[in-house]
Design a protein around this ligand. Structure first.
Ligand code: MG
Length: 356
C-alpha cells in the first residue's frame, strides 16, 4: 500500500498465526498479542497452573510422515494434558516457533489449522509467543507451547499425596497411542485401512472434564497424566508420594490389536504396560471414596487397576496370582537412543514385559 510502510516478515508471520488461532483479549487476558508482553488479570479465588512442552521435528514427530494438522493438534494436546492432570481448567497459551523457510507455506497453514481445532476444543486463547528461524546448523521445526490453567485455590491434585490402601485408576484404554505409532513406523499409515487406529496417535483425546471433576470434588488423592507409559509413570507418582504399588494384570484395560496386524509382533499387555502417549489420567482414590466412585463419575470410563501399598517399587500381579517387579520400559528421553527414523527412540515393545 503506497504511503504505508510494509511490515517486516516476522510481523507478517505473526499476523498469519493470529488470524488462524483464537486470540481475542477479554476475561483473564487484559492485553494479548501485539504488545511487548501479555497482561493477565488473576482471579482472587483461583490459582494458576502453568506448564511448558516442546514438540520437535525428528524427535516428537517425523518429517513427511506425521500430517501437519496432527502436529499442531498434538503439540497443544500434549501440553494441555498436563493442565488436565492437575485438575485445572485451560485458559491461555503461548506459542514459540522455530520455523525453517521450507515450512512457511501450506505446511504452516495446516499445522495452525490443527492447533486451532485443539484450542477450540480445550477452550484456549492464544496470549502471545515468538517466532524465529532455526539456527544455521538446524533445519527442524520446533514448537514450544506454554499453557496456563486455573483451578480453585488448594484444589490442584498433586502427585505426592497417594497413601497405602488407596485404589489406583486409569481413565481409559492403555496402549492405543503406541499401537498407532507402531502402525506409522511400519509404514501402514497410508490409505484408509488403519485410519481409526492411527487417530489416538495423531489426535490424542485428553481428559479435561474428568480431571476437573476429580479435583473440584476432592475425589483423587494424587494424579498425573500417562505420557511415557504406565511402567514409567506410575513409579514417578509412587516416588513423589513415598509409597509402592501393586497392579493387577487382569484388570488392565488393554487396546485390541487386530489379527491382521499380528505380523508386527506386538502384544496387548506390553502396549498397555509400556506404551507411551496415551494421555489418560492415572489417579489414586482413598478406599472410602472408591466404593462410591461409580456413582460419582457417572459415564466416565475409569478402570481400577491396582492399589497403593507401603514400601517402594511397583509390583505386577500375574493372572495366576504370582507377583513380580514391574520394570520401567516406557519412554525416557535421556536413556533412549533417538534414531532418525523413530520419533520416540528405537524402543522395542516386544519380549518379556516383566523382570523378576
Ligand atoms: Mg504429565
Amino acid at each position: 500500500v503506497p504511503g504505508r510502510p510494509s511490515l517486516p516478515r516476522e510481523d507478517a508471520l505473526i499476523e498469519r498465526i493470529r488470524r488462524r488461532l483464537p486470540s481475542s483479549a477479554g476475561g483473564v487476558l487484559r492485553t494479548g498479542i501485539g504488545d511487548d508482553a501479555a497482561v493477565l488479570r488473576p482471579s482472587p479465588v483461583n490459582e494458576w497452573v502453568i506448564t511448558c512442552d516442546q514438540f520437535i521435528e525428528g524427535v516428537h514427530f517425523l518429517d513427511r510422515m506425521h500430517p501437519p494438522d496432527a502436529v499442531g493438534y498434538k503439540a497443544l494436546a500434549r501440553a494441555t494434558s498436563d493442565i488436565a492432570a492437575m485438575g485445572a481448567r485451560p485458559r491461555l497459551f503461548f506459542l514459540s516457533i522455530a520455523l525453517p523457510s521450507r515450512r512457511t507455506g501450506l505446511w504452516l497453514d495446516k499445522m495452525l489449522g490443527g492447533m486451532a481445532r485443539a484450542a477450540g476444543e480445550f477452550g484456549l486463547i492464544l496470549a502471545g509467543g515468538d517466532t524465529a528461524r532455526p539456527g544455521p546448523r538446524a533445519d527442524a521445526v520446533a514448537l514450544t507451547v506454554t499453557v496456563l490453567g486455573e483451578v480453585k485455590s488448594g484444589a490442584a491434585v498433586l502427585r505426592q499425596a497417594a497413601r497405602p490402601g488407596d485404589a489406583i485408576y486409569v481413565s481409559g484404554v492403555l496402549g492405543a497411542g503406541e499401537l498407532g505409532l507402531q502402525i506409522l513406523l511400519s509404514r501402514l499409515h497410508k490409505g484408509p485401512r488403519w485410519k481409526a487406529l492411527l487417530q489416538p496417535h495423531y489426535y490424542p483425546q485428553i481428559e479435561l472434564e474428568l480431571g476437573q471433576q476429580l479435583a473440584n470434588e476432592r475425589i483423587a488423592s494424587a494424579m498425573m497424566d500417562l505420557s511415557d507409559g504406565l511402567s514409567t509413570d506410575l513409579p514417578r507418582l509412587c516416588h513423589a508420594s513415598g509409597v509402592g504399588a501393586v497392579i493387577h494384570q487382569t484388570a488392565l484395560p488393554t487396546v485390541s490389536i487386530p489379527v491382521q496386524l499380528q505380523a508386527l509382533g506386538l502384544e496387548e499387555i506390553n502396549l498397555a504396560l509400556h506404551g507411551g502417549e496415551d494421555y489418560r489420567l492415572l489417579f489414586t482414590v482413598p478406599s472410602r471414596v472408591a466404593s462410591r466412585l461409580r456413582r460419582k463419575l457417572g459415564d466416565a470410563r475409569v478402570f481400577r487397576i491396582g492399589q497403593i501399598q507401603a514400601g517402594r517399587g511397583v509390583e505386577l500381579e500375574l493372572p495366576g496370582g504370582r507377583r513380580v517387579q514391574l520394570a520401567a520400559r516406557g519412554w525416557d528421553h535421556f536413556r533412549g537412543t533417538v534414531q532418525r527414523e523413530h520419533p520416540r527412540g528405537r524402543r522395542s515393545t516386544q519380549g518379556a514385559s516383566v523382570v523378576e
